[in-house]
Design a protein around this ligand. Sequence first.
Ligand code: ZN
Ligand code: ZN
Length: 175
Amino acid sequence: MASDPAHFRVCSTCRKPIGFEQTWYRCSVSTCNRGKTALFFCSVDCWSAHVPVVRHRDAWAEQEKAPTREGWLAQLQHDEERENRAALPSTVADFGGGDDEAELPRDVLVVASKLKAYVRARAGFNTSDNVVEVLSDHLRELCREAIRNAAIDGRKTVMDRDFMPLVRRGGHDRG
Ligand SMILES: [Zn+2]
Ligand SMILES: [Zn+2]
């Protein structure tokens, strides 16, 4: 849809433009007024022309007045903003502050045996079982921030680049 329209609509029958603040006619039948397929008529004659085509049994024309140009632009912008919000399904809002994790899985996210093996190989130390839970919580927190980064970027796939700034922040400067 054009963001700066020259007129309100075109007539569904004769394609003549329906200007702002001009009188137009809508069909009384609800299916002729639905969303993007809604019909607009410049005159009662043009309305009459569609009646046999769509085989209405009981229908009439309702007189309407087109909005002002300003009113129409405001309406278009409003619709566009609403569509944009719908396209990004509240991810940013929900995961931004979303601390309500009660219904989310609390599984262990790291492989305990591999972790223990690494610590043992590196230092010969043992690893307490509770460590995996602390690390899992930490991973969940990182995921939440990464999801937020992806959502801000307009993606629904979390990628490595969403984590990069998060794990660098942790300062692995000793190498
Ligand atoms: Zn017409
Ligand atoms: Zn109709």
